[in-house]
Design a protein around this ligand. Structure first.
Ligand code: AMP
Ligand code: MG
Length: 336
């Protein structure tokens, strides 16, 4: 994790943000995954306001952010040995762990469940804010419910406007997708949401891993519509990209393209972004490309899909949710 250099301005912003949180306000802040919309865990009315501001369904619990595992015992009733191994390897970092909740902790953050999701973010500003406040912060992504997660402070401002009391600017997020969520109250632990800490890496540490498919009711958030921009998303395999662009290009519909592989770019596209290289680079730019495509008034965004392995599983999870039911054009390229 990078240090905050001797930057007096950002340090004074962090102090101001902490004092707003102490007074019961809502602060949006950067993490390495996406921007969070934070409230003090102990302030019930501030936590309630997170749900209102986001329009978040009341059955969708929040992730609690802590500076380090030292704060865990005040929030959870038991820390299983497997948690200690995972924490030693992956915290601070993009891994959220679900524990049994201590009864004293407000059930509001957990949407009434007897469990609680916790992570320690690997971002110097998030860490400095948690240190300054000296208390846990409940923080879902700082977007309106169902929308793509914000990966810059400009996205937060566009999503939440004046409904958030303060925004800390930390520049673009390094990971760009939300944290991996792993439920440790199940045996074997159950992967509730794929993320940058991949299923493969988790298996190499803990062995057997349950998946959401085998436990549909466990992650309330996964039931709801997610990551939906205001245009239609159509997924396309790399080999079909050129054909799909040709077929969908139409003067009456503003077509955008988000892809990984280089190729001829047809004239007449309303938006085009290409990120050759690692899945991590594609992930980092996924939601920011959605926001850019919205600004370009795109009506249909053709998005190149990725292999569902490693970090690709998290990318495909977000893309499929963004696309909704009709993910692929089935009539396309049938003969190939
Ligand atoms: P967000 O912070 O908006 O990225 O969403 C948090 C995710 O963590 C959602 O998918 C929630 O359903 C999930 N989550 C939070 N708390 C719990 C919990 N106690 N048990 C299971 N999933 C949880
Ligand atoms: Mg979210």
């Amino acid at each position: 994790m990078k240090e905050i250099k001797n930057d007096g301005f950002i340090k004074s912003r962090i102090k101001e943000a902490a004092s707003i949180l102490r007074r019961g306000g809502l602060v949006a802040f950067p993490t390495e995954t996406v921007y969070g919309l934070g409230a003090r865990v102990s302030n019930r009315s501030a936590v309630r306001r997170i749900f209102e501001v986001k329009g978040r369904p009341h059955d969708n619990p929040l992730i609690v952010h802590i500076a380090s595992s030292d704060q865990l015992s005040s929030l959870v009733s038991a820390i299983p040995p497997v948690a200690k191994r995972l924490i030693a390897l992956f915290w601070p970092g993009p891994l959220t762990l679900v524990f049994k909740r201590r009864e004293e902790v407000s059930s509001l953050v957990s949407a009434g469940l007897d469990t609680i999701a916790i992570r320690s973010p690997d971002h110097p500003i998030a860490q400095a804010l948690l240190g300054e406040l000296n208390e846990a912060i409940a923080a879902p992504s700082a977007n309106r419910s169902g929308r793509p997660s914000p990966t810059s402070c400009q996205h937060v401002a566009r999503e939440l406007g004046k409904t958030v009391d303060f925004i800390l600017d930390g520049g673009p997020c390094r990971v760009g997708l939300e944290s991996t969520v792993l439920d440790l109250t199940k045996n074997p632990p159950c992967l509730l949401r794929p993320g940058a800490i991949t299923a493969e890496r988790l298996r190499s540490v803990i062995g057997d891993l349950g998946t959401i498919g085998s436990e549909p009711a466990r992650s309330p958030g996964m039931r709801h519509r997610h990551y939906a921009p205001d245009f239609k998303v159509i997924l396309v395999p790399p080999r079909d990209l050129q054909t799909a662009m040709g077929q969908l290009l139409n003067p009456k519909k503003r077509l955008g393209v988000l892809c990984r592989h280089k190729g001829p770019k047809p004239a007449g596209l309303a938006y085009y972004r290409q990120f050759e290289g690692s899945a991590a680079l594609y992930a980092r730019n996924l939601f920011s490309s959605f926001y850019e495509a919205e600004a370009a008034k795109v009506e249909v965004l053709l998005v190149e899909d990725v292999k569902r392995q490693g970090f690709g599983a998290a990318i495909m999870d977000r893309l499929e949710r963004a696309a909704g039911r009709e993910m692929y054009i089935t009539t396309l390229c049938e003969d190939q």
